[in-house]
Design a protein around this ligand. Structure first.
Ligand code: SF4
Ligand code: SF4
Length: 247
């Protein structure tokens, strides 16, 4: 089987069986090239009980999109382990319940587009058939929809779609490369949430905005609310949108 992507629909059959008994167990957790989203990072740093800064330093690498200038965060490759994910163990994923959306989706990939007339998000899926994966098995056939339900990926997708929408806004308003302080601001507010909170609390980061005390309390205590707040703040600071947050 050569590596290929085949478009599939939600009700198409999917013959796939991933199990620890498969000889390829953990093979999909090496040679990674997946971008981690802010929500992926929030879930994993919470599962590990560490700050966003420690998570980013220990487990990830930061690059910037060559044309967009946007931060791109990936797992830090470790040549000593054959470039395995820093979170994989012999027994499998050490953050399985909080693994990233792309890990949940595999061997599927998902893309979205917003319908211009209805404003609704449309999803598209493709099956990635890679040589290392031996899970393709016609005896274990379920639908794509059932597979996705089993991976508990709906909330990840819902949250990650907010990032896609933000990137689409950026492409519309500032299609060129985001540089220096602007790119740093994007990284701070979306990926390094604990540092973002610290700067709000100690450096008056929001002093130009009239933020109600109840909202300040909420983002002081709730990382998920802080991420939504960060997205609204980036829209305001970088892309000229009114500051509007519904938490
Ligand atoms: S986060 Fe877990 S599932 Fe994803 S690549 Fe790392 S070990 Fe594998
Ligand atoms: S390579 Fe495929 S079958 Fe093997 S563990 Fe990974 S997803 Fe499952």
């Amino acid at each position: 089987m050569s590596d290929e992507m085949l478009p599939v629909g939600l009700d198409d059959p999917m013959g796939f069986n991933c199990a620890p008994e498969n000889p390829c167990f953990n093979e999909c957790c090496r040679d990674l090239n997946q971008a981690l989203t802010p929500y992926d990072i929030l879930r994993m740093k919470t599962a590990l009980g560490i700050s966003s800064g420690k998570f980013l330093r220990e487990y990830t690498s930061l690059q910037h999109g060559p044309e967009s200038g946007l931060p791109v965060i990936t797992f830090k490759p470790n040549p000593a382990t054959g470039h395995a994910c820093p979170l994989v163990s012999e027994d499998g994923c050490t953050v399985y319940g909080d693994r990233p959306a792309s890990c949940r989706m595999y061997p599927l990939a998902r893309a979205i587009a917003r319908d211009r007339e209805t404003g609704k998000i449309r999803e598209f899926f493709a099956m990635i058939e890679e040589d290392h994966c031996e899970g393709f098995d016609k005896k274990h056939t379920i639908t794509v929809r059932r597979w996705l339900e089993g991976q508990d990926v709906a909330e990840h997708n819902r949250q990650n779609d907010k990032l896609m929408e933000l990137i689409s806004l950026k492409n519309q308003i500032r299609p060129g490369k985001l540089e220096g302080a602007d790119s740093d601001l994007f990284y701070l507010a979306l990926y390094d949430l604990d540092e973002f909170r610290a700067q709000i609390q100690t450096q008056g980061l929001l002093e130009d905005l009239d933020i109600p005390g109840s909202l300040m309390e909420k983002i002081g205590a709730d990382d998920y609310a802080l991420l939504d707040f960060g997205i609204a703040w980036v829209k305001y600071m970088l892309f000229g949108r009114d500051f509007k947050v519904d938490i």
